[in-house]
Design a protein. Structure first.
Length: 405
């Protein structure tokens, strides 16, 4: 088991900045040459917060037999005194791929918010922080497979842990590995390809169409952290940063009025009605090859509750997230993203049809309807940048100032 210092330094640890009191192993099972553990991190009483639960493969370099043992049959169960570990193939498990390839699944080097393992055809994601209940990524990928959307990798397997009280936690997923494709963030940082952006808009609309009807928790409007932003702006240091912060502060009254007027008002289109969405959509969540796309990572923001991540929300949340991602790509690459933003919206409007009457959405209507969601996203970004990456604050700051004009 990792030490308190080791866990606190991991990217996937959600309790950064909190004082850890203790770490305990809740359950543990031997699989192959390693152990899969459920670990509880207890925080000091002064932190006034509940403990966190994490899944840990104790030695990720010794997983040669692990994936064969758990996924070479339709269902594998490992009972313990404290609970049960379960691994299941889905109906899409590739029977044409040799099961011996499961021996070749190995850890990827990059430090990520989850643990990732891959072979030629398989990709396994171990969720680090565990929460009881239905996991959004599993049900979304199952829905996309049922609808034969073709916009995401196929789901090949799932794994769970059930404790002695009956609480069930999703541990991870086995999915198709999309090969020969490039990260879309890197691609658009290299070239602002408008035809490719249009194809991405079409793929995004296909995703939303496939997700309509998938149940979720009650609909909610975006949470816009205006108060937090105002506090962070007041704490800005450095003459240039303070000057920019003051410009953003001056926009807040108008931006608050815009948000108040926009949310809660009817959108006038079933296309924008709350439904299940990606929820954390940006260029880094997409792979691309020759204008073909695979959309990834449907788990939502790992720091959020499962209830929040499974909420019905307007698909414009995703549209706004991608438009803001193009703006970030423009800021880091130096290329003008205007044509790509327009093309993305055109592609989305072209492919997005209201179920009743199959009427195509008007592009100008789409742009106007997306604006308050862009505002909400930019406020969130501004808070994040001021807290963690002050050198990037100018990116959302420019957007907020432009929106207030």
């Amino acid at each position: 088991m990792d030490s308190m210092q080791d866990i606190a330094s991991k990217r996937w640890f959600m309790g950064k900045g909190r004082k850890i009191d203790s770490i305990e192993t809740v359950d543990r099972v031997a699989i192959g040459e390693t152990f899969l553990s459920i670990v509880r991190v207890n925080f000091a009483a002064s932190e006034n917060c509940e403990s966190d639960l994490y899944a840990v493969i104790e030695d990720e370099t010794r997983t040669t037999d692990f994936f064969y043992d758990v996924f070479s049959c339709e269902k594998a169960r490992y009972g313990t005194q404290s609970g049960e570990f379960m691994f299941m193939q889905t109906e899409h498990f590739p029977v044409d791929v040799s099961l011996h390839e499961l021996f070749n699944i190995a850890p990827l080097d990059a430090e990520q918010s989850n643990s990732a393992f891959a072979s030629k055809h398989f990709f396994f994601k171990l969720y680090r922080r565990l929460l009881p209940g239905i996991h959004p990524e599993v049900e979304i990928m199952e829905q996309l497979d049922r609808k034969r959307s073709g916009v995401s990798p196929q789901l090949y397997g799932t794994c769970y842990y059930a404790d002695a009280t009956g609480k069930r936690y999703t541990l991870g997923i086995l999915e198709e590995r999309a090969t020969g494709m490039q990260d879309a963030w890197a691609y658009f940082n290299g070239v602002m390809d408008a035809p490719c952006a249009e194809a991405l808009g079409i793929a995004t609309a296909k995703m939303h169409r496939a997700l309509r009807g998938l149940p979720g928790t009650p609909a909610q409007n975006p949470e816009i952290p205006f108060d937090k932003l105002e506090h962070l702006l007041n704490c800005a240091t450095g003459s240039e940063m303070r000057e920019l912060a003051e410009k953003v502060k001056a926009t807040l009254p108008k931006l608050k009025r815009m948000a108040k007027d926009a949310f809660g008002a009817p959108t006038g289109s079933e296309l924008f009605a709350p439904q299940r969405i990606h929820g954390d959509y940006h260029l880094g969540q997409v792979l691309v090859a020759a204008a073909d796309f695979k959309i990834l990572d449907f788990e939502g923001e790992p720091s959020r509750t499962l209830e929040y991540r499974r909420a019905l929300r307007s698909p414009l949340v995703d549209v706004a997230g991608m438009l803001r991602s193009f703006q970030y790509a423009e800021a880091t690459s130096g290329f003008d993203c205007t044509a790509c933003e327009r093309a993305f919206l055109e592609g989305y409007a072209q492919a997005a049809h209201v179920d009743a009457g199959n009427a195509q959405i008007d592009l100008d209507t789409l742009e106007r309807a997306a604006t308050p969601y862009i505002l909400a996203k930019a406020v969130y970004e501004a808070c994040y940048e001021l807290e963690f990456r002050p050198g990037w604050f100018h990116i959302p700051a420019r957007a907020l100032i432009k929106l207030a004009c």
